[in-house]
Design a protein around this ligand. Structure first.
Ligand code: TXA
Ligand code: MG
Length: 325
């Protein structure tokens, strides 16, 4: 069932009944369950197809009392929360036992907390008055959804309510910062960068964005469409397109407008190029989906420059292009 974006009540009723609700955030759409309800969280893992032990972020309202879920914040985490919330930032903090069911955190003694900026998400969280455990509303390993239509295409009847606030404004998942040690450690790149974290906290953050230890969801191969994603340098597009087209498959290109050269082979499908790095972030997942809807076997991609959200976009592209298990 799809309800109008303002129908918060139906969504709250569904959450209270242990059902799943998809909701918009400024990063990507989330698939939410009551973080305190064991069977709702079990259903979340089932629908998501996510292996157990991969923790899920808990979303809370801007005015919520964090002490309900966490055992205090170090000063640098407080500074990040004050500067960036509501917004595309997740803080991993020591978890208060009992407030949420164990599978939400993959049995860890930490919990990832995020206060989303999208007004409908905030209304939902306020009205629900609890923590909403929510991964991105896509099946495990696939491309994250940035519109309600993406959510319905992926999850269909498995989700009770889909709140719709149009396309996500940022388009790439939140920056995750581990705040359980003496200083911040970035676990996943997002639009809030290491430079921002250093400026806000006065501490140069560590970085641990690969490997099973940090954020187990950040697998090497992730965010992938069916089309094979291949990273190329701007100067190599024409040659690579020509040689790939010669194998008889459909080939596309995703690059900033400034990186699309003239004189490309006629058979190459050039996806509508983003004008700047921020738009690249906004349309990235839409374009990866388009590669599949246009039946491309190979998508050649030129990563944006590693500035601002460009770092996060490059990170997702690297994972999308990683060898599949
Ligand atoms: O922007 C976002 O963060 C979106 C929207 C819906 O809020 N959510 C999202 O969730 O991207 P998901 O489940 O697709 O990614 C969550 C990431 C995973 O890499 C997971 O391992 C990490 O957060 N994570 C969650 N809790 C954690 C914890 N306690 N310790 C370490 N990593 C954690
Ligand atoms: Mg995800």
């Amino acid at each position: 069932m799809t309800v109008p974006g303002t129908d918060i009540e139906a969504a709250v009723r569904a959450l209270r009944a242990g059902e799943l609700v998809a909701f918009p955030t400024e990063t990507v759409y989330g698939l939410g369950a009551d973080a305190a309800n064991a069977s709702a969280v079990a259903e979340l893992y089932r629908v998501k197809g996510r292996p157990h032990g991969h923790p899920v972020i808990v979303h809370v309202a801007p005015d919520a009392d964090l002490e309900r879920w966490v055992l205090g914040l170090p000063a640098y985490a407080r500074a990040l929360a004050d500067a960036c919330w509501p917004g595309p930032l997740t803080l991993v903090l020591p978890r208060r036992p009992g407030a949420i069911v164990d599978p939400v955190t993959g049995g860890r003694d930490t919990v990832g907390i995020r206060v989303p900026a999208t007004p409908i998400a905030q209304e939902l969280l306020r009205a629900f008055d609890g923590g909403v455990a929510a991964p991105s509303a896509n099946r495990f390993g696939r491309v994250s959804p940035t519109t309600a239509a993406h959510v319905r295409a992926d999850l269909g009847a498995d989700v009770r309510v889909v709140l719709d606030a149009g396309p996500s404004a940022v388009g790439v998942e939140s920056t995750i910062v581990d705040c359980t040690g003496p200083g911040p450690v970035i676990l996943r790149h997002g639009t809030i960068t290491a430079v921002d974290v250093a400026r806000i906290t006065g501490i140069e953050p560590g970085e641990q964005t690969d490997g099973a230890t940090a954020a187990p969801g950040t697998l090497p191969s992730h965010y992938a469409p069916v089309a094979r994603v291949q990273l190329v340098d701007r100067g190599a597009i024409a040659a690579r397109a020509t040689s790939t087209l010669a194998t008889g498959v459909r080939v596309g290109l995703l690059a900033l407008a400034a990186d699309v050269p003239g004189g490309l082979p006629g058979g190459l499908v050039v996806l509508d190029p983003p004008a700047d790095v921020d738009s690249y972030g906004r349309v990235l997942y839409e374009r990866l989906r388009e590669a599949d809807s246009r039946d491309l076997a190979v998508l050649l991609v030129v990563a944006p420059p590693p500035e601002g959200i460009g770092l996060a976009v490059a990170d997702r592209l690297r994972r999308a292009s990683a060898p599949r298990p």
